[in-house]
Design a protein around this ligand. Structure first.
Ligand code: HEM
Length: 124
């Protein structure tokens, strides 16, 4: 029986599972590994902080996601194709692991942010 997203451990599980899937994904994996060449040991904790600040009222995230993704869109294709794939992977990962109100909110908010990011990218 699946449970809802409740604490930091749940966020860590969600984020780790999501980025494992991202790294293996044909459309998204190379953007992280080859284009942005991100350091996973730094990126994952930033993402734990981002999602815990969203759901668990723990405000440890300070960053500028919009700016980072706009910069990224100048060096690699960041269109509906990439954002739809990102969102599909995110929702599939949430559904595989959790069920409940916060899990639904996570998918809803990720969708809103993804749409907003794409709009911003298209307008610069
Ligand atoms: C096409 C879809 C996406 C791709 C390819 C992508 C890729 C990336 C990459 C490569 C970074 C690291 C950038 C850096 O450190 O310079 C990053 C950071 C980040 N991404 Fe995404 N991303 C996507 C969509 C999203 C969405 C929809 C969200 C939110 C729901 C999100 C949240 C974040 C956050 C919070 C960071 C950290 C920003 C910071 O450190 O200031 N991303 N993303």
């Amino acid at each position: 029986m699946k449970k809802d997203i409740e604490d930091k451990n749940d966020i860590v599980l969600l984020v780790n599972s999501f980025y494992n899937a991202v790294q293996e994904n044909e459309i998204l994996g190379f953007i992280f590994n080859d284009v942005a060449k991100i350091n996973w040991d730094e990126h994952l904790p930033r993402m734990y902080a981002f999602w815990t600040s969203m759901f668990l009222n723990e405000h440890h995230f300070s960053g500028n996601p919009m700016e980072k993704h706009i910069t990224l869109s100048r060096i690699t294709s960041m269109t509906e194709i990439q954002f739809n794939e990102w969102l599909l992977l995110f929702t599939t990962t949430v559904d595989k692991l959790f069920k409940g109100e916060i899990a639904n909110e996570a998918k809803f908010r990720a969708g809103n942010i993804a749409r907003l990011m794409l709009l911003k990218i298209q307008s610069v």
